[in-house]
Design a protein around this ligand. Structure first.
Ligand code: HEC
Length: 384
């Protein structure tokens, strides 16, 4: 009881008293997430005698006892850290902050790895795809021609389509234990509004692919995931997607198509690269604006200028065999939002695209902040 009285009496003014102390003595080398992780050793670290290698800050000067007491009171009160009204906007500065975190994590060798999303039990697997050249396109459809050679740099690709288990962590912040103000960078990424309807439409959640997200939502998901994990994730470009499909010798026999509903991810055999459901189950967003004549120009990726169409690849459970081909391209369309009762229509949900999902890519080489930003912000989130 005594301690409760003591705390009430001491109630510290974080912004006025504690924050400036941390800024003066510690912020040069640590951040808020670090203080939370080390809450049990923060005080001790300031109390070691000068010269002790554990003493903080390492090069001195010592933190005066009166200042330590303020920090102690703040810790005892639960380390509250009120967030300023708008800590960070979802802009290039945010992308730079996320990139700085990614750079700290360092490179990952081009080998399979498992990514666990912090604060949750959800993980997913990323597989390496070596760089190389291939023949892109086909003569079957005008928008697949001409067949032409492309070079692709090495990247990782998610072994499966993104599941609801993973996507729902982005839709509902509480699911991954996020509390407002705890991670300013994660907080700042734009998040979906609550859907007006159950978005799996009764087709299943655990282990099933997430569907019906807009291109904007898919991009923001990749950005959020990057902020959470410290690795750069984005949508595949059309070139990367087709390369992984062709190099993996993906077979239509291993595709879920002409079906009643979607199947759990990886219900069928993987291709030669280990990737499941490249064809069928759900088609997958690419980063590109769809242009029927895109191959006459051969840009590495066609950046969005208009809300529609963007390209989806791989065909879905709703399609027939004609879409179960690596070169087949599907343009997005405003009719994918037909049943959306919201006016203006939601920037997050394609309520009529029940066969549309996401597969993730992580390029082996980290691009510039500007390029990352361009991938995460298609610039045409609104329909008009
Ligand atoms: C000039 C850089 C610098 C400053 C300033 C600094 N630290 Fe550190 N601190 C480090 C380094 C380096 C480590 C060891 C590596 C690590 O754990 O990240 C460390 C480690 C720690 C640890 C972890 C010890 C453990 O249990 O492993 C704590 C706690 C800590 N610092 C607290 C503080 C506090 C509190 C302040 C401000 C009073 C402060 N530091 C100021 C560089 C700094």
């Amino acid at each position: 009881m005594t301690s409760l009285w003591f705390l009430a009496y001491l109630a510290v003014d974080f912004d006025g008293q504690v924050k400036p102390l941390l800024a003066k003595h510690c912020n040069e080398c640590h951040d808020r997430a670090f203080y939370l992780r080390h809450k049990d050793s923060l005080l001790k670290s300031m109390q070691y005698p000068a010269g002790d290698e554990r003493a903080m800050p390492p090069e001195g000067p010592r933190v005066p006892k009166s200042e330590q007491d303020l920090i102690a009171a703040w810790i005892a009160e639960g380390m509250k850290w009120p967030v300023e009204a708008k800590a960070m906007n979802d802009d290039l500065e945010l992308t730079k902050a996320i990139r700085a975190q990614i750079v700290k994590q360092g490179d990952t060798p081009l080998r399979p790895y498992v990514e666990k999303v912090p604060g949750s039990n959800v993980s997913f697997e990323m597989l390496p795809v070596r760089g190389g050249k291939f023949k892109m396109g086909s003569m079957e459809k005008p928008d697949e021609a001409p067949i032409h050679e492309r070079s692709v740099e090495a990247f990782f690709m998610s072994k499966t389509e993104v599941t609801w288990d993973l996507y729902r962590l982005f839709m509902f912040a509480m699911l991954s234990g996020e509390k407002p103000g705890e991670d300013l960078v994660v907080d700042a990424v734009s998040r979906p509004t609550k859907p007006y309807t159950e978005m799996s439409f009764g087709m299943g959640i655990d282990g099933f692919p997430a569907i019906s997200m807009t291109h904007h939502a898919a991009n923001k998901f990749a950005q959020w995931l990057s902020a959470k994990t410290g690795h750069f994730y984005r949508l595949p470009t059309e070139v990367e997607w087709e390369y992984a499909c062709v190099l993996g010798q993906t077979k239509p026999e291993d595709a879920v198509f002409s079906a009643q509903k979607y199947a759990k991810v990886a219900s069928k055999k993987p291709n030669a690269l280990g990737l499941h459901d490249m064809l069928g189950n759900v088609m997958e967003w690419t980063a590109d604006q769809y242009q029927a004549e895109a191959y006459t120009r051969q840009e590495p990726w066609v950046k969005s200028k208009r809300p529609y169409p963007h390209t989806a690849r791989g065909g879905s459970w709703q399609d027939d065999a004609r879409k179960m081909r690596c070169p087949a391209r599907t343009p997005s369309d405003p009719s994918w939002k037909q049943q959306d009762p919201n006016l203006p229509k939601s920037i997050w949900y394609h309520t009529d695209a029940l066969g549309l999902g996401i597969r993730l890519v992580r390029p082996a080489k980290l691009p510039t902040a500007e390029e990352m930003h361009a991938f995460w912000n298609n610039g045409v989130a609104e329909d008009n």
